[in-house]
Design a protein around this ligand. Structure first.
Ligand SMILES: NC(=O)c1ccc[n+]([C@@H]2O[C@H](COP(=O)([O-])OP(=O)(O)OC[C@H]3O[C@@H](n4cnc5c(N)ncnc54)[C@H](OP(=O)(O)O)[C@@H]3O)[C@@H](O)[C@H]2O)c1
Length: 359
């Protein structure tokens, strides 16, 4: 893993106390580095001149040629040890709201400068602690039918973001087997897994998000089997598509009065949870390949703005997926129809992992 000393600027700008602001400015102009380190006569770092200091000096009419640097420099100086990790330098910059940090060795001699720009541009600068990659709080996510293709993919993706995943099944052994596979996949990419297994009806009560990755035909029986664990404050996510092969061989929708998501909503709303529909057009095969960039849009439909926002945030944590607000839950019907269309197009053009993107 890269350390600060591997990417820092070694030929940084420096001036000595007594030098003019103009000298510092000239160095910044020539080097294109917007910070100059100020050293005292013994070579100790006593301040820095940033582009902000120059602007402030200008606004106060300080003459650059005759003003000594110590009159306008920023101090005390935020420093970092050369052996520190990139994460530590990011934290320092963010906590102090600065773009550059002076790098020192163990004897506190200045050896370089690390900047936010360098970190952003450094492709090998990976973050060791992957749980940092979770945006916001970790959720407890129960994946009902988590032994299936779509459930496993979502468990992997959100497990990678540091969420607590409970893999559900009608059969405990199946759930344990898949949970173990997911744990091992996450460990292999350096993520500490927080993945457990359980029977569908046993994992629902403590879950904040309940993902129904089950076949359309099983909705009624499944909800009856988990209803005791459903309560207010939970969000049910439905990616369910009532697919039905037409006589023509094309994929179609098992036509009913309402969508699968609305069916879930009508059955569960009296118990408290909100229902949100999403992920219909994201193929499971892509979700499961954890390093595969999912360059798709995910349209999210739901009646409760807060619940929709939570799901949209969870979607945006999966690299390259873009959540789009698709309005009320009534629009889940369109999403379900669009999925059958996408499947037919994918088949025609031999691209089974086709998805949607709005441009
Ligand atoms: N696959 C995709 O690419 C994709 C994409 C978008 C949306 N979806 C939707 O996501 C849902 C899941 O798709 P999938 O491909 O993951 O399906 P799947 O692999 O066929 O099944 C998922 C899981 O559902 C459980 N299940 C099966 N029959 C059940 C029943 N009668 N009652 C309760 N649980 C039952 C099974 O788990 P246990 O036997 O362990 O209980 C199974 O592992 C579907 O509604 C599908 O339309 C799928």
């Amino acid at each position: 893993m890269k350390k600060v000393k591997d990417i820092m600027i070694k030929n940084f700008n420096e001036v000595t106390t007594g030098d003019s602001v103009s000298a510092a400015y000239q160095k910044m102009k020539v080097s294109n580095i917007d910070t100059t380190i100020v050293l005292d006569k013994k070579g100790r770092c006593v301040g820095v001149i940033t582009i902000w200091d120059l602007m402030k000096a200008k606004s106060l009419c300080y003459p650059f040629d005759t003003t000594p640097v110590e009159e306008i420099m920023s101090f005390p100086v935020v420093t970092i040890q050369e052996d520190s990790s990139i994460e530590e330098s990011i934290s320092l910059m963010m906590n102090n709201r600065i773009k550059n940090v002076v790098v020192v060795d163990k004897d506190h001699r200045v050896v370089g400068l690390i900047s936010a720009k360098i970190i952003v541009e450094c492709e090998e600068c990976v973050i060791n602690d992957k749980t940092r990659c979770t945006i916001g709080k970790p959720y407890k996510i129960a994946i009902i039918g988590g032994t299936g293709k779509q459930g496993r993919g979502l468990a992997l993706r959100w497990g990678k973001n540091g969420h607590y995943i409970m893999v559900g099944s009608r059969n405990l052994e199946n759930a344990e087997k898949i949970a173990e596979q997911i744990r091992s996949n996450l460990t292999s990419i350096g993520v500490e897994p927080k993945v457990e297994a359980g029977l569908n009806n046993q994992i629902v009560n403590e879950a904040e998000i309940i993902v129904l990755t089950i076949p359309y035909q099983s909705i009624e029986d499944l909800i009856l089997s988990i209803k005791d664990g459903l309560h207010e404050g939970q969000i049910i996510l439905s990616p369910i598509v009532p697919l039905k092969m037409r006589d023509s061989g094309e994929m179609g929708i098992d036509r009913h009065r309402i969508s699968a998501a609305e069916k879930v909503y009508l059955m569960t709303k009296p118990l408290g949870p909100e229902t949100v529909a999403a992920f219909h057009t994201i193929p499971a095969a892509n979700l499961s390949r954890i390093e595969f960039p999912l360059n798709f849009d995910v349209v999210v439909a739901g009646n409760d703005a807060k619940a929709k926002k939570v799901i949209m945030r969870l979607i945006s944590q999966i690299p390259n997926l873009r959540p789009l607000d698709g309005g009320s839950l009534k629009n889940a019907e369109t999403l379900e129809y669009l999925t059958s269309l996408a499947i037919n197009i994918g088949r025609k053009y031999k691209k089974p992992t086709i998805g949607l993107k709005f441009i």
